[in-house]
Design a protein around this ligand. Structure first.
Ligand code: T5A
Length: 209
């Protein structure tokens, strides 16, 4: 059986991943694609508990290396329990955030060594990488304003605005280093235009598969 495609969805805060994840799911399912939709951090009961640890605000300062290792601990569980089995069954996997988020948030945002992240990526993932990463890109202030309309801010959303400028630059560097791996969509457009651009990206992937 042919291995399914692995698509990830990325971007800074409030960029519209949840909104557009649903759109992508509807579009691919209407095309008859068997699809596993999941997210990081999370995607299994254990990894969702790690997500809660990562996102909840606390009095104790969270050590940056501890944060990085928690992200990859959750990823190891998620990959081996959910993502790899689904791909091997021939399903496509749509994952809301993956290792690009680690390079952007823990690498560019926190300033942790990219080579350390690469080492952990290789340890946890081996050679598995997404077939396509859709990066929803928006100016930081607009994204934060959108995110701020929702419930109380989590630990990441409570960072200073400079942190998110570094995160966005981190995504831009990932794209510049390997452009064929990414599709960047201007998420500052109307939702209708954003989804039209996403549809074009998906049509390209479907026609190539
Ligand atoms: N993290 C994650 C790491 O630090 N390292 C890692 O390795 C990983 C995997 C949680 C956090 O984890 C960190 C990064 C994150 O801070 P998350 O839950 O995916 O990850 O992060 P959020 O950015 O909070 O994701 P959300 O899904 O909650 O928000 P979205 O998807 O960005 O936004 P969404 O869809 O809820 O939209 C926000 C608002 O904007 C509106 C929507 O209706 C909504 O109200 N909107 C638009 N409005 C106008 N025009 C448009 N085009 C719009 N699109 C959406």
């Amino acid at each position: 059986m042919a291995r399914g495609k692995f698509i990830t969805l990325e971007g800074t805060e409030g960029v519209g991943k949840t909104t557009n994840r649903q759109y992508i799911q509807n579009y691919l399912e209407a095309k008859g694609i068997p699809l596993c939709v999941t997210r990081e951090p999370g995607g299994t009961p254990l990894a969702e508990e790690v997500r809660e640890l990562l996102l909840s605000k606390r009095d104790e300062t969270v050590d940056e290396q501890a944060e990085l290792l928690l992200v990859f601990a959750a990823r190891a569980q998620h990959l081996n329990q959910v993502i790899v089995p689904a791909l091997e069954r021939g399903e496509w996997v749509l994952c809301d955030r993956f290792t690009d988020a680690t390079y952007a948030y823990q690498g560019a945002g926190r300033g942790l060594s990219l080579s350390t992240i690469e080492t952990l990526e290789q340890l946890v993932q081996g050679d598995l990488r997404p077939d396509l990463t859709i990066v929803l890109d928006i100016d930081v202030e607009t994204g934060l304003a959108r995110a701020g309309q929702r419930a109380a801010l989590d630990r990441f959303e409570s960072e200073a605005v400079e942190f998110f400028h570094r995160v966005r630059a981190g995504y831009q560097q990932r794209v510049a280093a390997n452009p064929s791996q990414y599709a960047v969509v201007d998420a500052g457009q109307s939702l209708e235009d954003v989804q039209q651009d996403i549809k074009s990206v998906l049509d390209g992937l479907l026609s190539a598969s």
